[in-house]
Design a protein around this ligand. Structure first.
Ligand code: GLU
Length: 379
């Protein structure tokens, strides 16, 4: 059964991500009137029965204004200091505005390992669940004061998608200055068409966002499509809408412009949701067409179907599975270290013992540890 777009209030648990530029003006600081209107929208959603979580950017932007830092790119320690100053103000603004509607806010600052290491992931999930149980609105951001380039989400689009999957949300809303997905960049292409419903994130959709592997700016369309993959793959719908006008949530329901990404129909286990949403796979396995068909038929990935592998992974790490063109089609927990994986690549499962000198697992990735992250190719 294909999912249909529903009014926001028909959802049970909604994660709303707010981009920095909506909340903070470079010169004037916090956009207080806008935040007040948004909190009224949030309150209305809650009254209609939905639980709401907020992923709020703006710590660095806010701290930058307070500290009088230059408009040019900041050094790492400058942005960390800006985040330290800005996060206090940001949390305060959320708490004050939500309390006008008798809503309690709870601040959660996450680092990458809080969602990527399973034990810490379960811990963070339990804290958020307790806040929701007690009727509070979790206000979440990356802990930018300690995050460094190597160990950070970097953008709150993917962080918000991770929070959505972690909490079993059924809707993720990305509010920024981008009002949705177009077939081409609307600023440079007059023929660009707006897409209001996206049934699946196909290679064509990825190409519209600037190419699967390209490095666009933080929070551009690329990170939004990455977020969409994580969320929809776990059965959570996603909406991209402009947050610029006041009451952006009400506007979505009133038919304002927004792009809706359908959740994938196939139910996945909590463990598979965690695997699919891992932000940084430790390595990559390239597979042949036969193995790709086998994965779509629900089978395990055998060494015989693997054509090459790279990365620095150990047994138990999550790796990405790519087709011959380099496109990611699945993720899974690898049953072998990279050195072993290299040696048995392309070999039959019956040859594993001879090649390694000891009996190994028949599968490179067992089907229980494997989740498809791209739709089946057509034809
Ligand atoms: N965590 C950053 C901040 O609060 C924002 C990251 C983003 O905008 O994607 O300033």
């Amino acid at each position: 059964m294909t999912a249909r777009r529903k009014p926001l209030s028909a959802h049970k648990r909604i994660v709303i991500k707010i981009g920095s530029a909506l909340l903070v003006d470079r010169a004037a600081g916090l956009k207080a009137g806008w935040l007040e209107a948004l909190c009224a929208d949030i309150s209305r959603l809650r009254e209609s029965g939905a639980e709401v979580l907020v992923v709020s950017s703006g710590a660095i932007a806010m701290g930058r204004t307070v500290l009088g830092l230059p408009a040019t790119a900041l050094k790492l320690e400058e942005s960390q200091a800006a985040a330290a100053v800005g996060q206090i103000a940001l949390a305060q603004a959320w708490a004050a505005n939500l309390s006008r509607h008798s809503i309690v806010a709870g601040q959660i600052l996450l680092t990458l390992s809080d969602t990527e290491e399973r034990r810490r992931y379960l811990n963070a999930r339990a804290t958020i669940a307790e806040l929701l149980r007690r009727g509070a609105v979790p206000v979440i951001n990356e802990n930018d004061t300690v995050a460094t380039t190597e160990i950070r989400y970097g953008d709150n689009d993917r962080l918000a998608a991770r929070v959505a999957t972690m909490t079993g949300a059924d809707l993720l809303i990305l509010l920024s200055d981008i009002d949705g997905l177009y077939t081409a960049p609307p600023a440079t292409n007059p023929d660009a068409e707006f897409l209001s419903e996206i049934p699946a994130i196909t290679p064509e959709i990825e190409a519209m966002a600037g190419g699967a592997g390209s490095e666009l700016s933080r929070g551009g369309m690329k990170t939004k499509i990455d977020a969409g993959r994580i969320a929809t793959g776990a059965g959570c719908a996603m909406i991209i809408a402009s947050g610029k006008p006041d009451h952006p949530l009400s506007l979505i329901d009133e038919g304002g412009r927004s792009s809706w990404f359908a959740p994938s129909g196939s139910p996945v286990t909590a463990r598979k949701t965690w695997i699919a949403g891992q932000l940084e796979p430790a390595g990559r396995l390239v597979i042949d067409a036969g193995a790709e068909r086998a994965l779509h038929a629900g089978k395990s990935l055998l060494p015989a179907g693997v054509t090459s592998c790279d990365g620095a992974f150990h047994r138990g790490d999550t790796v990405a599975v790519l087709d011959a063109s380099g496109r990611e089609i699945a993720r899974g927990i690898c049953g072998y270290d990279i050195e072993e994986a290299r040696r048995i690549t392309g070999r039959k499962s019956t040859e594993i013992e001879t090649v390694l000198g000891y009996p190994g697992r028949a599968a490179m990735i067992h089907r229980d540890d494997l989740v498809l992250t791209a739709p089946r190719p057509r034809g």
